[in-house]
Design a protein around this ligand. Sequence first.
Ligand SMILES: NC(=O)c1ccc[n+]([C@@H]2O[C@H](COP(=O)([O-])OP(=O)(O)OC[C@H]3O[C@@H](n4cnc5c(N)ncnc54)[C@H](O)[C@@H]3O)[C@@H](O)[C@H]2O)c1
Ligand SMILES: O=P(O)(O)OC[C@H](O)CO
Length: 330
Amino acid sequence: MRRIGVIGAGAWGTALAMAAARAGAEVVLQARETDVVDSVNARHENSLFLPGIPLDPAIRATTSMGEAAQADALLLVTPAQHLRTACRALKPDLKPGVPVIICAKGIEIETGSLMSEAAEAELDSQPVAVLSGPTFAAEVAKGLPTAVTLAIRDEALGRRLLAALGGRTFRPYLSDDLVGAQVGGAVKNVLAIACGVVHGRNLGDNARAALITRGLAEIARLGARLGARAETLMGLSGLGDLTLTCSSLQSRNMSLGAALGQGRSLDEVLGERRSVAEGVYTARAVTKLAAEKGVDMPLCQAVDALLNHGANLDAIIDALMTRPFKTETV
Ligand SMILES: NC(=O)c1ccc[n+]([C@@H]2O[C@H](COP(=O)([O-])OP(=O)(O)OC[C@H]3O[C@@H](n4cnc5c(N)ncnc54)[C@H](O)[C@@H]3O)[C@@H](O)[C@H]2O)c1
Ligand SMILES: O=P(O)(O)OC[C@H](O)CO
């Protein structure tokens, strides 16, 4: 695979463009913002979404989806709630058989669809893959060691994608569990907001560890209900990403939670940011999906109540801690 197209030039699309360029691909990066295109092409930096990190001068940016779509494989790196729209826009430009690799993490609010389900519904002639794992964009862009899960049903095509994207500092592991590779990456953003609240409100490291562990139980319950394999949820895209995102204020989701824990309002925090905190949207989507599927997810529900339904934080914490005692099971 000689040419890789990247749709979406936020921090993650830009970092993945760097990974593909390091692997030897010719990379075309599509951005919505003309100032991102100018910054990448003229100064080899994405000054809006990944400032201060030098990019490979061979990466070419464009605002044209059609131009980026003329590729041997395409990475879809828009925010999750915009992925379906991007697929619709791309469809006329895609050659049948060209794989699309979903790199967004989330669940569609409107439909409860995983990203692969939305892409497969819109792009019936493209093989769909999922790339997910513990990956802060800045670290990948700088070439720090990183490992991810790459899930795809067609193993031979998957091996070609590993070769096209992987390298000495970016190590993808192959899986055929598309559902499993998406559940962890979506739900961990919601749990990272909760861990941020714990941090911002000085509730202690015990509380954060409890949240990660009982959050993993929620991921496992939802995953099982949706058909994920348990081993995938214990891998890079599950436990790996949950651990990373719930342990570092580099995470936009955790830092958003920390600001809320310090008493700031969601509108105020979102108003200051250009970057996406997917957990805000996934909290709503996963709470709705869990209710429809009959899956108990009290932590995610609590985050949704705090973010989207004006619930009082002290009352939420109290309600979680005074639930009936129970056996420790998933
Ligand atoms: N940044 C990371 O470290 C990282 C790592 C792994 C996965 N991801 C995932 O990648 C996806 C993209 O995140 P990011 O960090 O690259 O974004 P970002 O926060 O750096 O930038 C925001 C992006 O949203 C785009 N955008 C804004 N409004 C839009 C609209 N109406 N339609 C389409 N696009 C719009 C912007 O053009 C920009 O590309 C998310 O699902 C995120 O969870 C991010
Ligand atoms: O900064 P966040 O919270 O969007 O997390 C980025 C990545 O998803 C971590 O794997």
